[in-house]
Design a protein around this ligand. Structure first.
Ligand code: NIG
Ligand code: FE
Length: 438
């Protein structure tokens, strides 16, 4: 085989392909990673052309072509992070310390902090300043092995500021979700229904008209948006052609999962308080649960979502970071895998399936990303380890040594450099790079 744009990856130890049925994986399928021991892969124009053993791939190659040597390491598809709030101004390190001293997340929110304090800073930030702040986080995603990121608005809460956030999300190459109903802004505290009207009658039409979002999400929670308000917003979003996601049953059981089932949303996210009936409703409606154990950990809580019951009920479980400045300031999927295995008793293979192919399906991209199969985008990561289970096992260690997006090098760790040259970020090198700023 010859031709331009060819690239081979050779000398993989475990090539974890996650090849399988062309749909989200459920039950025992979540444990099947389709690993090729001693594998190799051939790509053309950023798309995977062949996957197999080293011998099989060698037999296809007649000419010398550019080659990436995986050095016997583990190779995985890039992670797909299906739930983040990765665009925001400032941090909330002050609240982090207040929580360390004993205040709770809800107490801080009720006192005017929490989401509303990030809203104040995000409203004040210029679009380009938001780009700069979030580019730093985009680089973190990459170096943790994540190659696709969904990101939500929700720190603007005025039409202009929500549109600004969505433009930033789009420019960074994240998959955009409109979350105007993330919190009730200060100026509508006395009249939340008027804010819901604004979301429905002004924000949603503008977002759709300017083609700035694929999905609409709502924070359905006690003291935030009620079931009725959430239903009204999501119903309108559906009429306007957006896909649906829902923050459900995070801090209390509020009927969020049942609403997600009723509306057949693509996902119901969080679900720490979901019970057997909620799981049953999600299963019957085919809604994918997006579990976010890092937010449980970072809030110092210990009630994790019932992942085992969900897998047993046949739900196509997804894992994501929930990266945000308040409840989950981590962009690391390996860390999320570790929490899932340690605290939710998911196996390492189930966790990887949840963080790749199932996540891809939850974003309507199961045919394009999430596994290493012919015809998919060449998004892959080489790890410094021999066994894929080391990813959750060595908690807190960044094992990714290089990351490729659409066949382009997006990140490579330099060994033997001084501290300063440890993490050179080669973002947006050539075509198809997701985190390039336009
Ligand atoms: O998913 N639950 C609501 N939204 C985020 C928290 C956002 C924030 O604290 O800024 C979450 O946990
Ligand atoms: Fe969230």
């Amino acid at each position: 085989m010859e031709g331009a744009d060819l690239l081979a990856v050779v000398n993989c130890g475990q090539l974890v392909t996650i090849a399988g049925p062309k749909r989200p994986r459920i039950r025992a399928e979540m444990n099947e990673l389709s690993i090729v021991e001693g594998g190799a892969m051939l790509m053309r124009g950023g798309v995977i052309e062949a996957v197999g053993t080293q011998k099989e791939i060698d037999s296809l190659l007649f000419d010398e072509i550019p080659t990436v040597d995986a050095g016997g390491g583990v190779v995985l598809p890039g992670f797909v992070d299906a739930h983040t709030h990765a665009v925001f101004a400032g941090t909330r390190v002050d609240e982090y310390e207040r929580r360390a001293r004993g205040e709770t997340y809800q107490e801080i929110a009720a006192a005017g902090g929490g989401i509303r304090s990030t809203v104040e800073k995000t409203r004040a930030a210029a679009e380009d300043d938001l780009i700069e702040a979030s580019r730093r986080y985009a680089n973190w995603f990459t170096r943790c092995g994540t190659t696709t990121v969904e990101a939500k608005s929700g720190y603007g809460l005025t039409t202009e500021d929500e549109l600004k956030m969505l433009r930033v999300i789009g420019r960074l190459g994240f998959i955009p979700t409109f979350l105007g109903a993330h919190e009730i802004p200060d100026e509508y505290r006395e009249n939340p229904d008027a804010y819901v009207d604004l979301v429905i009658n002004e924000m949603l039409p503008a977002v759709v008209e300017q083609n700035l979002a694929e999905y609409c999400d709502v924070f359905c929670e006690r003291n935030v948006f009620t079931i009725e308000q959430s239903r009204a917003i999501l119903t309108r979003a559906n009429e306007l052609g957006l896909g649906l996601r829902l923050h459900a049953d995070q801090l209390s059981a509020s009927g969020g999962a049942e609403l997600a089932a009723e509306l057949h949303t693509a996902t119901a996210d969080h679900l720490e308080h979901a019970d057997a009936r909620a799981i049953d409703a999600l299963a019957r409606a085919g809604v994918q649960p997006v579990l976010l154990p890092a937010s449980v950990y970072c809030l110092g809580l210990n009630r994790f979502a019932p992942a085992r019951q969900m897998i047993e009920a046949g739900l196509a479980v997804v894992l994501a970071t929930d990266f945000n400045p308040g409840s989950s300031p981590t962009p690391s999927m390996p860390f999320v895998l570790s929490l899932a295995c340690t605290h939710m008793r998911m196996t390492p293979a189930e966790a990887i399936t949840a963080a790749t192919i199932n996540a891809a399906y939850s974003l309507g991209r199961g045919d394009k990303i999430g596994s290493l199969e012919q015809g998919k985008r060449a998004d892959f990561v080489i790890y410094d380890c021999e066994d894929f289970r080391e990813l959750p096992y060595f908690a807190g260690v960044e094992l990714a040594s290089s990351v490729y997006i659409g066949g382009d090098a997006a990140y490579a760790r330099v060994e033997g450099g001084g501290d300063e040259s440890m993490w050179p970020l080669r973002q947006g090198s050539t075509s198809g790079a997701w985190f390039r700023v336009s």
